[in-house]
Design a protein around this ligand. Structure first.
Ligand SMILES: [Zn+2]
Length: 886
């Protein structure tokens, strides 16, 4: 295989820098093609570093224009300069000031890392290693400095100039057409949190008074013509600020908080101190241009980035291996926020669906890595579902293990002890151990061991002795790191559901630790004996999805149907239905591959009908219950020799049968639960709309003539969420009305890029082999551009990641299309190209012919030999998977 020059970075080799950069003064003169950056760094040697130790600063494609040390020039022999490194061979023993002048071309920066100019707006993105594209620096998260930034630009080009921290002064530069602004951030921060923005931007303003009475000026900046779509984001920001005070005692700490929404951005959003920069997709929303899902995302992402102010900014990561320290914890916090703003069970189910669709496949494939990785070649490739979503699950488990009070106490210790630090997972866990006295040694394996643990449970009830025996077994699958896995501490929240549907009480438990209805399963096996169980129970295990595991229990279909009807835990009711569906779908897939007709248990549709008909249940929950497991979930459950066409066929067949059985009943439930005509983004109304969309899906699957009525609903729709849902269903069910409505949609929204992204994604995700030609044609559409990440994600990533039958076309053309796009895109934007490359992560589980075709496409891409480090890293790891050759 390829040997890349990029060194492997290892957690075990961490050592602090020899020098600290205490203060940073930056003077940035913005020009479209030749911006200049003067950096004045106050540098001191750290204790323990020998005097005269060389100072090595990171760069990335920089052009050095000037260099002085304490005001004097630096002789050629005293320094070594390349675009990627600046070395001062023997710096002074005492603190000194290094002044560096570099120039760069923001307009030519298509990687969108460092300082770039797009749609006329200057923006920065410095996480993870973008600051080194602005100036030479010790560009790592454990180098904390106090920054003062002076920004200068032509007034007409960039009337708005923003930096981190608080505004200090601003003014015109007399005799020129330029002006400047100075910003100062009193909080020491790592370089990845640095940001500047300059541009001709519109804004909405508001204010927030913190719990201690400090008035904070809030602003959201966006392109002209978009300010009227910022109201919901502003509202979400204020709710986030209040919530973090109330739930976690965290107050905001600057005089201003600014958000900037830009249209060309590689990621979702970035938590730069006091100056969050957002992909405008997560800011701009109104009823005519945003779906219910968009509203939920805006709320969650605004909260997420705001919450980073404490978990990430005030306390940052020592090194990039600790990324989950800020991300896992902050995702957990934003999930809790959304749960409180909306419906907790619905939010939890949504999070579990996402975890299973994105993280479980990652954990089961060649790109598996621990929540805290131990090596990397390209850190940009570790902004993964494992670090974020599984990282959040680990925080949630910590709360389950310690209880809400214990968790809060530990977190308070963390905020006190490490404010202003660059911390590690060990630091984090020590706070919880110290606050509560808990021994978290075994728990810490959740950060170290990759792979989704499997837990099998069998049970036996003895009516004579009123004893329930439960036998548990756990195993952690092999992962590419080849590590031998140890048993984990798995918290299993459970209930023993009695014949009347109420949870039974139980007496003594022997054979393991059980607290507050949580089994703390810590060994490879355990046999628990519950005494005093007065009736035969149905064990409801993993309530609320209390651990990110695969559970294999021994419940029979009758037990599961009973739980759908009776479990007091809404998650478990939903899960019981999902498990029945998965079993039926796995069987049906096998039947279809043998040209047999699948058969389904009619009680399934009946059970879903029972939920849909129950007006005592949240409509959003009912909509989720009516949604069958996704094709990715079914593929994961099958695990090997996967045939995506058969899976799709099986799922459609079950959908059709369910629709035939309960379609009418569901549409009656929809009529009883109609949302108000006037759009409100509230969760309750969104749930009613989701139920309506679920009903449309069932109708279309079982009765093609329903397409007329849904096309009618499209035409009559008052707001975007209904229009998008109708269009998606009509296109995905290949209804006769689809083409004319696609054209109508395009005409209606051609000037709105975010809505147009949906138009691309709906077409890219239409199931079936014919979609590839459509996607290829759309890459030549005038509205498509490889330079816009949102557009690339909408068309290409949706196709590769969310269209199993289209992407995995039997002739392998989908794979060759994707590797072609990756090769092209890699030249300009490696991080987006690498994200697309993860579309291959599950190819080893495909049936032979598809697997061979995917492997050949990957090998051909790899053989071109001129890939970025980002893409080469993903491709090499994907091809390295030993299971391919198994
Ligand atoms: Zn984050």
């Amino acid at each position: 295989m390829r040997t890349d020059n990029a060194p492997v970075v290892r957690l075990s080799e961490y050592r602090p820098t020899d020098y600290a950069i205490d203060t940073v003064y930056l003077d940035i003169r913005l020009m479209p093609e030749a911006s200049s950056v003067t950096a004045r760094l106050s540098i001191s040697r750290r204790d323990g570093a020998a005097a005269g130790t060389s100072l090595d600063l990171d760069g990335d494609g920089l052009v050095l224009k000037g260099l002085s040390l304490d005001g004097m020039g630096v002789a050629d022999e005293a320094r070594t300069v390349t675009p990627d490194r600046l070395t001062i061979h023997a710096p002074p023993a005492d603190p000194f000031v290094l002044e560096i002048v570099t120039t760069l071309n923001p307009s030519a920066n298509k990687a969108l890392m460092g300082l770039y100019r797009s749609n006329g707006v200057y923006t920065t993105q410095c996480e993870a290693e973008g600051f080194r594209r602005i100036t030479y620096f010790l560009d790592r998260p454990d180098v904390l400095s106090v920054y003062t930034t002076r920004i200068e630009a032509r007034k007409s080009e960039a009337p708005v100039l923003l930096g981190n921290g608080n505004p200090v002064t601003a003014g015109n530069i007399t005799g020129t057409d330029r002006h400047f602004a100075v910003w100062h951030d009193p909080h020491p921060k790592p370089p990845y949190l640095f940001a500047v923005v300059g541009g001709d931007l519109d804004a909405v303003h508001d204010s927030f008074t913190t719990a201690s009475g400090r008035v904070v000026k809030l602003a959201i900046y966006c392109e002209h013509g978009k300010a009227d779509r910022c109201a919901y984001a502003m509202d979400a920001l204020k709710r986030s600020m209040r919530w973090d005070e109330e739930r976690f005692g965290r107050e905001y700490d600057l005089d201003v908080f600014n958000i900037v929404a830009v249209s060309d951005f590689n990621m979702g959003a970035m938590e730069n101190k006091g100056l969050n920069v957002f992909n405008d997709k997560y800011v701009l929303v109104d009823p005519q241009t945003g779906t219910d899902q968009d509203y939920a995302h805006v709320e969650a992402v605004i909260a997420h980035e705001y919450f980073h102010n404490w978990t990430g900014n005030r306390i940052t990561c020592r090194d990039w291996f600790q990324l989950c320290l800020k991300e896992g914890l902050t995702v957990f916090r934003d999930q809790e926020f959304s749960a409180q703003m909306r419906s907790r069970p619905v939010k939890r189910i949504g999070d579990v669906v996402a975890l299973r669709q994105h993280q479980f496949p990652e954990d089961a494939g060649p790109l598996a890595h621990p929540v805290r990785p131990e090596t990397y070649r390209e850190i940009n490739n570790f902004y993964t579902a494992t670090v974020y979503e599984k990282g959040a699950e680990v925080c949630r488990m910590l709360q389950t293990v310690l209880g809400e009070d214990g968790f809060r106490e530990g977190l308070d210790v963390y905020f006190q002890r490490h404010d202003g630090d660059a911390a590690t997972i060990e630091d984090f866990l020590a706070c919880f151990a110290d606050a509560t006295g808990a021994d978290l040694t075994q728990f810490s394996l959740w950060y170290e061991q990759a792979g989704t643990p499997a837990v099998s449970v069998s049970h036996d009830f003895d009516a004579d002795t009123q004893t329930l025996t439960m036998t548990l077994r756990q195993s952690v699958p092999e992962t590419p790191d080849g590590k031998t896995k140890k048993p984990m501490h798995i918290p299993l929240r459970f209930g023993l559901v009695g014949p009347d549907g109420q949870d039974l009480s139980y007496g003594e438990v022997s054979g393991g630790r059980v607290n507050d209805d949580v089994i703390h399963f810590t060994g490879a096996t355990a046999t628990l004996t519950f005494s005093g169980v007065t009736a035969r129970p149905v064990p409801s295990l993993l309530r609320g999805f209390s651990a990110p595991i695969r559970l294999e229990d021994d419940l029979c279909a009758n037990d599961r149907f009973f739980l759908i009807g009776h479990d007091s835990d809404p998650f478990s009711r939903w899960e019981a239905a999902q498990q029945i569906a998965l079993t039926m779908l796995t069987d049906a897939t096998a039947k279809l591959r043998q040209d047999e007709t699948p058969a389904f248990d009619p009680r399934f549709a009946e059970a879903l009908g029972g939920l849909a008909d129950n007006d005592g249940l949240d409509p959003a929950f009912r909509a989720l219950a009516l949604t069958l497991p996704g094709e990715v979930d079914i593929a994961q459950a099958i695990g090997h020799d996967v045939d995506p066409d058969a899976i799709h066929g099986a799922r459609q067949a079950l959908l059709k049968e369910t629709g035939s059985a309960i379609g009418t009943l569901v549409s009656e439930a929809v009529s009883r639960n109609a949302p108000p005509a006037m759009f409100r983004p509230e969760a309750e109304d969104a749930g009613r709309r989701a139920l309506r969309h679920a009903s449309w899906n069932l109708s279309l699957a079982s009765e093609p003539a329903a397409s007329k009525q849904i096309a009618e609903a499209y035409s009559q729709a008052e707001y975007l969420t209904d229009r998008v849902a109708a269009l998606r269903l009509l296109v995905h069910h290949q209804s006769g009305e689809a083409e004319s409505l696609l054209a109508e949609f395009y005409d209606r929204y051609r000037d709105n890029p975010l809505v147009l992204d949906k138009w691309f994604a709906i077409q890219a995700t239409a199931p079936g082999g014919q979609t590839l030609e459509r996607v290829e044609a759309l890459t030549a559409h005038p509205a498509f551009s490889m330079a816009t990440p949102n557009r690339v994600y909408a068309l290409i990533r949706s196709f590769a990641a969310a269209n199993p039958t289209g992407f995995n076309r039997e002739d392998g053309a989908g794979y060759r299309f994707l590797t072609g796009v990756i090769a092209t895109l890699d030249k300009d934007n490696p991080s987006v190209a690498a994200r697309l490359a993860t579309g291959f992560r599950s190819f080893a589980m495909l049936e032979d012919s598809r697997r061979a075709a995917a492997q050949a496409a990957l090998q051909a891409l790899s053989a071109t030999g001129n890939l970025s480090r980002d893409v080469a890293d993903i491709i090499d790891r994907t091809l390295d998977d030993s299971s391919i050759n198994a």
